[in-house]
Design a protein around this ligand. Structure first.
Ligand SMILES: Cc1cc2nc3c(=O)[nH]c(=O)nc-3n(C[C@H](O)[C@H](O)[C@H](O)COP(=O)(O)O)c2cc1C
Ligand code: SF4
Length: 413
C-alpha cells in the first residue's frame, strides 16, 4: 500500500470507526468567551477541522473548574456550560457526522495562572509556588472530573481524553516526585490508584459503551522525578510505571491512548520538537512503540510530534527528505507497527484541511507547518491562537501582541 492508502484507511476505536488515521490534537487557543463558552473564533477553528475530514478531533484542554486554570480565555466544562457545548457539538456534527469528537478534560493544578486563578499542588516542584491541597479539596476535584465527563456525554461528545500529560494535574499526581504521604502519594500502587479510581468512577457515571475513554500521557517528563523516571530525584528514563499505567487503564476500559512527552513549562522542546531540535520527535516515536508493544491489538495508539517533519525540508540529518516528510514518515510508522494513528498538533493549525486535500489528490496544495512556534508565542502571551504563517488573521494578532506586550523569545534550550 502507498502512503495515501495507509493514511486514509479506516480503524476501529471501541464501537466507533475513524475514517482515516489522522487525529487532530487538543490545541488550546485562548479564545473562549467570558463564560468559558466557544466564541465565534472557536467555532471557526473547529468548523475548519471538521471540514478537513480528520477521523478524530480532540477538543482543546477544557477546564473542569474556572477556579484553577492556566489560560484566561479557556473553555470551561461546568454545568453552566452544557447548553453552549451541546449547541457546539451539534453544529460540528452537522458539518461532518463521521468525525469522532472527544473532549480533553483538564485541571491545571500547579500550572494554574496566579494572575487570575489559584495554583494548587500535591507537592510543588523546586521553583514553583503553589498551595498544597487538602485531601478533601482533592475529593472535590475527583468529583468535578466525573461531573465533567457526564457533561461531555450529555453534550453529545463521542468520548473523553482524561488528560495525564504536559505537567497538568494528572501528571502531577502520577509522577514519582509525588512522595507526599496520602492515599494517592508515595509508592506507585498509590499514585496509579488515582487514575484507576477516576476511570472507574467515570464509567459508573457514564455507563455507555459507545462513550470512548482514553488518555494523553507524557510518557517521560524529562526532569528529575517526572513521570517515566526511575525515582523522585532522578531524570533517568524508566518506563515501568507508564507501561503499567496503560495496561491497568486498558483493563479498566481505555480504548485509545495518545502518546506525548515532556512538561512544556519545563521541557518544551521535548513536548513539541522545534525546527532547531527536530530529532526530539524520534523519542516520541519510540514511546508510541512502547505503548503499541504493550497493549492489546484493539487498543488504538496515537503517536505524536509529527508537525516538525513537514514537507521534508527539516533539519533532520542522515535521512533523505522524501522519507522524512510528514505523510511518508507517518505512513511508515503505521506500517512498522509503531503507531496506529498520526496526531497533528501545530500542523492542524497550518492546514486543517490536510486529510481532505490528501483524499482529493490535492497533496501539493497542503500548507506544511514550519515549526516556527509563533503560535506558541501567542499561547504564552494569552492571545487568541492560530497559524501566524498561513492565516492572515493570526499574523495580525501576532503583530499586535508584539506591539502591546513585546516580542517573546520562546526558550527551547
Ligand atoms: C498553541 C498550542 C496549544 C496546545 N494546547 C494543547 C492542549 O490543549 N492540550 C494538549 O494536550 N496539548 C496541547 N498542545 C500540545 C500539542 O497538542 C502537541 O502535543 C504538540 O504540539 C506536539 O505535536 P506537534 O508536533 O504535532 O505540534 C498545544 C500546543 C500548542 C503549540
Ligand atoms: S505559527 Fe508556525 S509553528 Fe505554528 S502552526 Fe503556523 S507554521 Fe506551525
Amino acid at each position: 500500500m502507498g502512503k495515501k492508502e495507509i493514511l486514509l484507511s479506516p480503524i476501529k476505536i471501541g464501537t466507533h470507526t475513524s475514517v482515516n488515521r489522522f487525529f487532530c490534537q487538543a490545541m488550546e487557543c485562548t479564545d473562549a468567551d467570558t463564560d468559558g463558552n466557544p466564541s465565534d473564533l472557536t467555532y471557526q477553528r473547529y468548523e475548519n477541522l471538521f471540514k478537513g475530514e480528520a477521523g478524530m478531533v480532540s477538543l482543546e484542554a477544557i477546564t473542569i473548574t474556572d477556579k484553577n486554570r492556566s489560560r484566561l480565555n479557556q473553555l470551561f466544562i461546568m454545568p453552566k456550560n452544557q447548553p453552549a457545548l451541546t449547541r457546539f457539538v451539534s453544529h460540528l456534527k452537522k458539518i461532518n457526522p463521521k468525525t469522532i469528537f472527544i473532549f480533553q478534560l483538564t485541571h491545571s493544578g500547579e500550572l494554574s495562572n496566579p494572575e487570575f486563578s489559584k495554583r494548587l499542588s500535591v507537592k510543588p516542584l523546586p521553583g514553583f509556588t503553589a498551595d498544597v491541597f487538602t485531601e478533601d479539596a482533592f475529593e472535590k476535584i475527583m468529583a468535578d472530573f466525573v461531573l465533567a465527563a457526564r457533561i461531555a456525554y450529555d453534550s453529545g461528545a463521542n468520548g473523553i481524553d482524561m488528560k495525564f500529560c504536559h505537567g497538568y494535574l494528572g501528571s502531577q499526581i502520577l509522577r514519582p516526585y509525588n512522595t507526599r504521604k496520602w492515599k494517592y502519594g508515595g509508592k506507585w500502587e498509590n499514585r496509579r490508584q488515582f487514575a484507576f479510581d477516576l476511570y472507574e468512577r467515570i464509567q459508573k457515571a457514564v455507563p455507555d459503551k459507545n462513550f470512548l475513554i482514553g488518555s494523553k500521557i507524557s510518557v517521560w517528563e524529562g526532569f528529575p522525578g517526572g513521570f517515566g523516571t526511575a525515582g523522585p530525584d532522578t531524570p533517568v528514563i524508566d518506563l515501568t510505571e507508564p507501561i503499567d499505567l496503560v495496561k491497568g487503564l486498558e483493563e479498566r476500559g481505555a480504548q485509545y491512548f495518545i502518546q506525548s512527552a515532556g512538561s512544556p513549562s519545563i521541557t518544551i522542546s521535548l513536548t513539541q520538537a522545534d525546527k532547531e531540535h527536530p530529532y526530539f520527535a524520534y523519542l516520541h516515536q519510540y514511546f508510541a512503540k512502547v505503548f503499541r508493544d504493550n497493549l492489546k491489538k484493539e487498543t488504538v495508539v496515537i503517536g505524536s510530534n509529527y508537525s516538525v517533519f513537514g514537507k521534508g525540508k527539516n533539519k533532520l540529518h542522515a535521512v533523505n527528505s522524501e522519507d522524512s516528510a510528514l505523510l511518508a514518515y507517518g505512513a511508515q510508522n503505521i506500517t512498522k507497527g509503531y503507531t496506529d494513528m498520526v496526531a497533528l498538533g501545530r500542523q492542524s493549525f497550518a492546514d486543517p484541511l490536510l486529510p481532505k486535500k490528501l483524499r482529493e489528490g490535492r497533496e501539493d496544495e497542503i500548507n506544511y507547518c514550519t515549526a516556527c512556534d509563533n503560535c506558541l508565542e501567542l499561547l504564552i502571551q494569552q492571545s487568541p491562537i492560530g497559524c501566524c504563517t498561513y492565516n492572515k488573521y493570526y499574523t495580525d494578532v501576532l503583530v499586535n501582541t508584539r506591539k502591546e506586550k513585546g516580542k517573546l523569545t520562546v526558550d527551547h534550550t
